[in-house]
Ligand binder design. Sequence first.
Ligand code: IFM
Length: 458
Amino acid sequence: MTDPKTLASRFPGDFTFGVATASFQIEGATKEGGRKPSIWDAFSNMPGRVFGRHNGDVACDHYHRLEQDLDLIKEMGVSSYRFSIAWPRIIPEGVGWVNEKGLDFYDRLLDGCKARGIKTFATLYHWDLPLALLGDGGWTARSTAYAFQRYAKVVMARLGDRLDAVATFNEPWCSVWLGHLYGVHAPGERNMEAALHAMHYTNLAHGLGVEAIRDVSPNVPVGLVLNAHSVIAGSESTEDKAATERAFDFHNGSFFGPVFKGEYPASLLDALGDRMPEVEEGDLAAISQKLDWWGLNYYTPMRVLADASEEAEFPATKPAPFVGETVTDIGWEIWSAAMKSLVMDLYDRYDLPEMYVTENGACYNMGVGADGEVDDQPRLDYYADHLSVCADLVSEGYPLRGYFAWSLMDNFEWAEGYRMRFGLVHVDYETQERTVKKSGKWYRDLALNFPHGNHKTA
Ligand code: IFM
């Protein structure tokens, strides 16, 4: 079903349609307004880390084009904007002095949203850790969790009055495992012990952050955004099914466990507990405070087989072949059914609050044609397919309150640099011209024509 109006009519009247971005991926102006480097500035400036040695220096120049981009969001017809706040703009050295100019930028962003009738969903940490904190070990140091707590307090004290929702972290799976175990994200570490320290201290920072947010802004709904993995066994064998459960514990349980159950998975502790830092008294209580909401970022399933080789470390799995016939330009399998089974599985396993799909979207790299249009029909199809799954979830009673497309516009796709494009809006990085793609016009039709009100769900 691709008719946007028909699709929109399957959602309840108070559903939120939004678009999402993140600070380092769009802002640019990395040396302006008092900002100091983050670990991603350092990482992208090292040869061999990011495709083409691209970096965030200019990105989408959003810092200088704020008003124009807020107009664009308004034109997209959405009711909400999800963005992240750059810690190195607010507390440039991670600890110590607070940079008022950094807060001023987000002040303008929030005022601009409010003036346009757009709700604000902020994320405090979308991977741009102040580089200075790496001197103490970055996320492998317990002190970083306390630095984050202070940062959360500073942000909420100045901006909390205009936030409709706040998330502590975006996808800790990436900043922990990609950044400290697989080495493909900043800071580029490949070490299980370091990764396990980053895992616990990130979880602790989340818990301390929740305390800080509630202390300063008790009325702002607080949540956490997780890229939960839909882990699917590559075969029906007992070994592969057991591997799937291990993979679930490692990739999901390492965050969902402490946050929603107050414990790390037993299998993870058995296999790797001796390399974890001390979990101090009170840590798990802080981490597992009840949240108002959680966010799911979903793109593709994770298919796994058991890895029986001697050197395989927990969870001892390897990738299984794709089943879906199509992949996006970044090579990710398209399989919307896994989004539904994932949500069902997570609500079975954990006591979860209401949720948003905080990211979903597809990478396709087509450019602007001779007619001035960007024909990205496969992205449009991806959105229609996955939004239909969301409508099914709503009609089956899952407390899904909103959906944010990733992303508003093409941007810095981390280790892939600018070559991978996820935007509903095309960005010409030479001229910074924005062109709404075919998928963007379709999403606009859906969001703009969405019949707000108490209409019944299908
Ligand atoms: O671009 C990223 C985003 O920063 C976090 N979630 C996944 C997106 C696509 O890879």
